[in-house]
Design a protein around this ligand. Structure first.
Ligand code: HEM
Length: 443
């Protein structure tokens, strides 16, 4: 039995092609080597699982089979208590604590705030003759996290938090993210020292918010974390709370923004899609109730299809910690294994005409968690999945109900990597005009 499946040769060339042309490169490898192949990356071998059966093997393996991938380069950025860094019992315990605020009634409590933020940000963007969809959606998803996760409501404090988050994000250059050697403070100089200072600025603001949450808990996730207790009755430390908040920002902010920018673009490239979507949304009347928006089936299908066609995370890697059998291969500890969201989502046997944006597929049939996995799966599935989909439906619904969009670039955007995510090249330039119905109401 072989340890590694076949695959392309050359670590640097493979890494380069994977980073710069993911769609073409992964599809070419699958066509040449089959559903399961090895990618020799610059930092080690990663076995790609590109079929539902191989994805299922990874997602249903006992949790102790794997540990998080690339901990060395990510831990200094997110903190050692980050959920993304934990494994085993600590991971299970922390997930149990963090998951409930993103579901059910607690999640639905943020509907009105999501709708308000979206209405305000699109109205602001409409003042300019030209806007970039990704910048609007990025501002929206950041405001939503600052409100729902940090519990900040006052506009001037929201702005201070937003500035601190953006400054911290700007300090993470791709070199800093991928080269652990740069992640040293070097006597206060260099990119890592700058990043640490920006983290310090954000944490100073968060400390104030933590005190407020202790004195008067709100409905936000920070307040819930302050009062949350592990199974043994102990509370989270301040350090752990800060690391988790930074993780939620990192995992939830840009991802949701990119997914929304893609959805706006796709929906407007097919007149039949946008017409059906508007009909469904308009049937709820002017200024639709956000929770009713979130229950619209075609709107949901549009969001799901956007996440299928160009998933924000193209693969979800893990590091093998105990020998793991994948088909005819016995993978050894230290090997990476990555269910490939992109390859599975582009299989013509599951999704006929896979490169076509066709939301109806999600109304016609159900897909298993191993056939549709934009939020990963198994014991590491995204804890913000329901929250992100809820936010996407409300933001798109509010936007389409009030505004007419024109895509300013005739050519569809290409999927390009932004750090670890896949976003639309150019960010989707658009022009916005108030819809006649809302213009009449305003008159
Ligand atoms: C459209 C938006 C989003 C997408 C596409 C997305 C996608 C993903 C993916 C692919 C993973 C890895 C899953 C795996 O390894 O199997 C993940 C993990 C995670 N996501 Fe999301 N996510 C989104 C939004 C959010 C939001 C809004 C939050 C919270 C505010 C969030 C929090 C997390 C966390 C904490 C993890 C780590 C889970 C763990 O390791 O146990 N995500 N997400």
């Amino acid at each position: 039995m072989s340890h590694l499946p076949r695959g392309p040769q050359g670590r640097l060339l493979t890494t380069y092609q994977f980073l710069t042309r993911p769609l073409e490169f992964l599809s070419r490898c699958a066509a040449t080597y089959g559903d399961v192949f090895n990618m020799p990356m610059y930092n080690g071998d990663v076995v790609i699982a590109g079929s539902p059966a191989s994805v299922q093997d990874v997602m249903t393996a006992p949790p102790e089979t794997f540990v998080p991938y690339a901990v060395k380069s990510i831990a200094p950025l997110l903190g050692e208590h980050s959920l993304l860094m934990l494994s085993g019992e600590r991971h299970r315990r922390e997930r149990k604590l963090l998951t409930p605020p993103f579901h059910g009634d607690r999640m639905r409590a943020y509907a009105a705030a999501m709708a308000d933020v979206a209405a305000r940000r699109f109205a602001e963007a409409a003042r300019a003759p030209r806007a970039v969809a990704r910048e609007i959606t990025q501002a929206i998803s950041l405001d939503v996290i600052i409100r729902a996760v940090f519990g900040v409501e006052e506009p001037h404090r929201t702005r201070a938090f937003a500035r601190a988050v953006v400054a911290m994000g700007d300090a993470v250059t791709p070199a800093l993210a991928f080269l652990p050697i740069l992640q040293r403070e070097l006597g206060g100089f260099g990119p890592y020292a700058r990043f640490r200072r920006r983290v310090g600025d954000l944490e100073a603001l968060l400390r104030g918010q933590l005190e407020r949450a202790r004195a008067a808990p709100g409905d936000d996730i920070l307040s819930l974390l302050v009062s949350a207790r592990y199974e043994d009755g102990s509370a989270m430390s301040e350090r752990a709370i800060f690391d988790e908040l930074r993780t939620l920002l990192f995992a939830g902010h840009e991802t949701t923004a990119l997914a929304l920018a893609w959805a706006l673009d796709h929906a407007h490239r097919d007149p039949a899609v946008i017409a059906r979507l508007r009909d469904e949304i308009d049937a709820l009347g002017p200024e639709p109730d956000p929770e009713r928006l979130a229950a619209l089936p075609y709107l949901e299908a549009v969001c799901k299809e956007a996440l299928r066609l160009y998933p924000i995370a193209t693969e979800v890697p893990r590091l093998v910690a105990q020998p793991f059998r994948l088909g005819e291969h016995e993978l050894q500890p230290g090997t990476g294994v990555a269910p490939c969201v992109l390859l599975v989502h582009h299989r013509p046997d599951l999704y006929p005409e896979p490169l076509r944006f066709r939301p109806e597929r999600f109304l016609e049939r159900k897909f298993s968690p191993f056939e549709y996995l934009p939020f990963g799966g198994g014991n590491r599935r995204c804890i913000g999945a329901a929250f992100a989909l809820f936010e996407m439906k409300i933001v798109l619904g509010v936007a389409l109900s009030a505004w007419q969009f024109q895509l300013l670039d005739e050519r569809p955007p290409r999927p390009v990597r932004r750090n670890v995510t896949l976003g639309p090249s150019g960010g989707v330039p658009i022009a916005l005009r108030a819809r006649a119905r809302s213009a009449l109401r305003a008159a």
